[in-house]
Design a protein around this ligand. Sequence first.
Ligand SMILES: Nc1ncnc2c1ncn2[C@@H]1O[C@H](COP(=O)(O)OP(=O)(O)OP(=O)(O)O)[C@@H](O)[C@H]1O
Ligand SMILES: [Mg+2]
Length: 374
Amino acid sequence: MSLSLTYEGVGKTFDPSGKNPVRALDNVSFRIEPGELFCLLGPSGCGKTTLLRCTAGLESITGGKIFYGDRDVTSIPPFRRNIGMVFQSFALYPHMSVYENVAYGLRVRKVPEAQVRVKVTEMMELVGLPDVLKRNPSPTALSGGQQQRVAVARALVYDPEILLLDEPLANLDAKLRRHMRAEIRRIQKITNITTIFVTHDQEEAMAIGDRLAVLRHGVVEQIGTSDQLYHNPESAFVANFIGKMNFFHGRVSATTNDSVTVETAVKGVAVTASGEKVRIHGDRALGREVLIGARPEQLSISRTKDPHGLPGTVSIIQHLGQFVRYEVQTEGGIAERALEVDVDHLIPDLNEGDPVFVRIDEKNAGVYDSEGER
Ligand SMILES: Nc1ncnc2c1ncn2[C@@H]1O[C@H](COP(=O)(O)OP(=O)(O)OP(=O)(O)O)[C@@H](O)[C@H]1O
Ligand SMILES: [Mg+2]
């Protein structure tokens, strides 16, 4: 039976009464469903590892509560929580055989040898390495991907109630990473153990997570499925972190109950966003500075003068397989940086250095607060 995992107002401040207290987690509240593969995503230093370590009981929290199912584990020490953990560095014990590495959690629990053998064999089969045991090489003689699989087998061998994975694929090359992330999802779905997977790679998180939380400065910015975060980011930060987003400076020029119209500095280029596409908070006063956000596929390019297009110059053309990405420089600080425009075909006779007009797909563009980092 899988467990849910619940955070209630969890806070963690390192060195709280010292000279330089660090608030690593701030009022974190959410629930992970039983059997869910949940990704924690965010930039370096945002608190991902801290949240995992607090979940395992390796760090005590300075506020709030953590529950495994209905059980409040806040003050339960780590060895009394049934947790499997895989760390960023593979951290296999180099002086022990692969067999003993995987068996370790069972030895600690004083499981009889006959059962250990059955369980270790089963786990090595689950992670796709049944033959390694026959050869029984030293862990250092295994490839990165194999070591990673052994680490997963070691974390799963004693049937943990919760599995915590901290950037487990960070040391692998790009191709192996993509393969292993699918493997991790396969294994997680077979075992159905409630799992947190930490990564700062948004593609990885989107590819394998049932749901994702985006963390920023110890605060949960948004939680949802990949699809929800991609199509309905609630802030410019999330919009920029999940996928690519082009931002344009503008000012509120009209409002209704449901919509906001934003004009850019280029005459004739404005966006009216409504409903959940309006993500500005507080006041919608005329003249307020905000940002228009549009994904690369929500922009289009034309070579002929477009009265509703932003003038710019093509700086780089990249063929990326399914689409072509045009990088366009605009002038006068209209956009935050060079625009990225994805087109599903190569535009004939359009070259680097050519002048173009970029149009924003009004129906899909959003409007965001301009404050804060993006
Ligand atoms: N033991 C500690 N003592 C003091 N500060 C710490 C300690 N561990 C972490 N921190 C601080 O807490 C914040 C969150 O760190 P954490 O390691 O959780 O980030 P992270 O999201 O895992 O980053 P990364 O992607 O780089 O691994 C950082 O500012 C970090 O410097
Ligand atoms: Mg970390």
